[in-house]
Design a protein around this ligand. Structure first.
Ligand code: ATP
Ligand code: MG
Length: 492
């Protein structure tokens, strides 16, 4: 089977034939499913959560699909907000967990994930803070609301007195919903009514074979929404699935169509690729499929023109460290990620200036600004992350040359931790002094009095720390060049 065409009726995989247990489903998702069911609606888990549960993995989030219309969902859950423009869907809030509840989509509806979510502040890239009252766990108390005739507020929709959709351009039935989804593995529906899985596309078989297969004609579906190419790469990296050849074939030709995707959406996808715990493998897959050039052309160009460079090793090592942090449930930040990704472009810009300026703060900051500007042509980088990148790079010379008690002030800098992590990485790759990096490590471990002593001991160091392996705070892709920091023109 090369093209996965959804069948008219699903194959129903009964509870005894699959391994998806309610013990592994978020209790809040179960609450939502049960309440929809008790309200007389169909309610399914759908998407990545069913796929991940079948694979024995812990799902990142739980998405629900139902035949209840958005306004009907809203009536069932007080802790609920409707979002989306053309296709409205509901977010049900349980503290920090959000269960997304979507009405089945008709053939004309946008695909899940295609419409930008409006409560994401595109300047900030982060969901707006919810008021405390909205975080309350109101869904615990059962709502005994009779199903009343539903009045449509839009001429696009018509429903009968039971809420059944009669005419609707946007909302549809489950068998139409299947067509709006991307890959067969993402199109399995777990039915809360009897705990069976509905499979219209042989998705369970593909999950078992670890195959990523597009639903419908791959080229058409990639053209409809080029982000699906990045999603394919993400699932290849994250799940270790192989992309089925017919699905993979159009990517080479269509990857440039990603240039037409809104920058904010590419930013979101980039975070999913690199901050989801599989960043290093996402990087390899994106490069191998030529997709890095479509989202971060300057990064790809630097790496292509510096094969096997120290910068590439630094980037990969940094991504691996980030993956380890995700696995250990430690926080990760877009700021650090973009410092890694833009390291090459920043270094490339610095290298383009006369060597005597390479280690000047102004050169470093200008290079950061230019690298961010160039990246912004494709992907938005919200200001506070780009400013963070700038601060991380600006702190490198200060960290490399701690002088007296002023060094202690760097510890208080809001970006100290990220800058220190970058210094460690640079030291590991021979781009900064390991001894100085170790000094900062020790400094953080000792008492305030000892800190003072350690700082005093560095007071007379002059412009170079002992054992410095190059005094530059600037990214130094080429090894072997030793330069004095801000020590006058042509110091070497
Ligand atoms: P993850 O593990 O990252 O959560 P996921 O498959 O659940 O992976 P989501 O972005 O959470 O991905 O989307 C949920 C579901 O919505 C997907 O499984 C898929 O069925 C559908 N979907 C999301 N984005 C798209 C898209 N661009 N085109 C088609 N279907 C999509
Ligand atoms: Mg998901």
């Amino acid at each position: 089977m090369s093209v996965a065409t959804p069948s008219a009726t699903p194959r129903i995989i009964t509870r005894s034939e699959h391994n998806v247990s309610r013990a592994h489903i978020s209790p809040n998702a179960l609450r939502v499913l049960y309440r929809l069911r008790d309200g007389g609606f169909q309610a399914f888990l759908v998407g990545g959560c069913v796929r991940d549960l079948l694979l024995g993995m812990e799902p990142k989030d739980f998405d629900v699909a139902t035949d209840a219309l958005p306004e009907q969902i809203k009536r069932l859950f007080r802790n609920c907000r409707l979002i989306g423009r053309r296709f409205r869907l509901a977010h049900v809030f349980f503290g920090r967990e959000i269960i997304e509840v979507a009405t089945f989509r008709a053939a004309s509806a946008p695909s899940p994930g295609e419409e930008p979510v409006p409560d994401v502040d595109s300047e900030d890239g982060e969901a707006v803070e919810l008021e405390e009252s909205e975080r309350e766990l109101e869904a615990y108390e059962p709502v005994r609301e009779a199903r009343t005739p539903f009045e449509s507020d839009s001429s696009e929709r018509a429903v009968d007195e039971t809420g059944r959709i009669l005419r609707d351009n946007v909302y549809g039935t489950i068998d139409a919903d299947v067509w709006r989804r991307d890959f067969t593995c993402n199109s399995l529906y777990y039915n809360i009514a009897d705990f069976s899985i509905w499979d219209y596309v042989n998705g369970a078989q593909d999950v078992a074979a670890r195959t990523l297969r597009m639903i419908g004609d791959p080229e058409t579906r990639f053209r409809e929404d080029p982000v699906r190419m990045l999603r394919a790469a993400r699932f290849e990296a994250k799940l270790g699935f192989s992309i089925e050849p017919n699905t993979a074939a159009p990517i080479g030709e269509l990857r440039e169509s990603l240039a037409g995707v809104p920058q904010a959406r590419l930013f979101d996808e980039t975070l999913k690729l690199f901050l989801g715990g599989h960043g290093a493998s996402s990087f390899r897959v994106l490069r191998a499929r030529g997709l890095l050039a479509s989202i971060l052309p300057t990064v790809d160009a630097y790496l292509a023109s510096h094969p096997g460079s120290t910068v590439e090793k630094l980037l990969l090592q940094g991504l691996e460290n980030t993956d380890a942090r995700v696995r250990a449930d430690k926080p990760v930040t877009p700021t650090f990620l973009f410092a890694l990704l833009l390291y090459g472009p920043i270094a490339g810009i610095i290298e383009g200036t006369p060597p005597e300026h390479w280690h000047e703060l102004a050169t470093i900051l200008d290079a950061c600004d230019q690298a961010v500007r160039e990246a912004q042509a494709r992907i938005s980088i919200p200001k506070r992350f780009s400013l963070g990148v700038r601060e991380m790079f600006a702190l490198q010379p200060r960290l490399e040359h701690p002088r007296g008690r002023r060094a202690l002030r760097s510890l208080e800098h809001p970006r100290f931790r990220a800058a220190y992590d970058l210094l460690l990485l640079r030291a590991q790759l021979g781009l900064a002094s390991q001894e100085t990096a170790d000094w900062w490590t020790r400094l953080q471990e000792v008492s305030p009095e000892q800190r003072g002593e350690m700082a005093d001991a560095r007071a007379g160091d002059g412009s170079r720390g002992p054992g410095s392996a190059g005094g530059s705070g600037a990214p130094r892709p080429r090894s072997g060049r030793r330069r004095r920091r801000r020590s006058g023109p042509r110091s070497t």
